[in-house]
Design a protein around this ligand. Sequence first.
Ligand code: SF4
Length: 328
Amino acid sequence: MINIRRKTRKKAENWAQETAPSYIRLYRSGELTARAWRAQQIMENCRLCPRACGVHRLSGELGFCRSEAQPRVYKYKVHFGEEPPISGKRGSGIIFFSCCTLRCTYCQNAPMSHQGRGYSVSPERLAKIMLALQHSGCHNLNLVTPSHFLPGILQALNLAVGEGFVLPIVYNTSGYETLEVLNLLDGIVDIYLPDMKYGNADVARRYSSAPDYPRVNRAAVREMYRQVADLLVDDSGVAIRGLLIRHLVLPNGLAGTGKVMRFIGQEISRRVHVSLMSQYIPLWSAREDPLLSRPISQTEYGQALDELEKAGLVRGWIQELAEKSLDS
Ligand code: SF4
């Protein structure tokens, strides 16, 4: 005879183990401390992003991103505007970090990314912010453009876990990441939320000073998928682990949507969740750019949807007049 109660308990334990944030194990083994230390070493001659400026951030030298060594927070809050598995019913605990390693000319958050508005936080203060977000009841910790501050973030996470922090981590990134940094995040990040901004090097050079973006971004997304695979959600549809790719459609086909979708469908997986965003508006210096100075048209978004379909991508979200799930 099968002891149903024991079996049910066993299943619950397995589920709890499966859904527990992966960094808890690293914290217990001391590996999380070691990762924070390794990130700090990378920042000494900074190569925390593919620009590899080589500046000594700990001595106050500034690279392309103009970031100091200590994390700088623009704001933090419980946020309900992310994709449904990220926001859920109780919201996502989002921390917007100041400065950026891309600084796109059309940035939709320029005060934060270009102007570096925000305030410096110690690892202790950042740990308290993480715990406060958890205390507010949100589903996850959502780190927005975090990589240039990775050492301080990992130090803070280590402190927060010691105080009972257990939320899954969403790594909300421009997708301009090195494999060295992603290796440090292996087993720490539960949900990767990268952009795939460009399919063409010339466009990436013109608008983000990063001609290597398509190549670097593809390698990064491959590695993210290797680490966390397809999106896994709990019974209420909230993400526990996995990859969710964002692609912002730009006017005049500048985002190279077809190339990006084909890459995802052919070289990552057709099961990957994709968020195809239509919300572009000309901000910052994009207002003066002849190709970027208007929102996208219905026709352009329709073409992007065709590319998504041709690539065989059927999981995720599209935006039109109203947000719509690909599954509906
Ligand atoms: S994180 Fe900043 S300083 Fe470091 S390599 Fe990237 S742009 Fe340069």
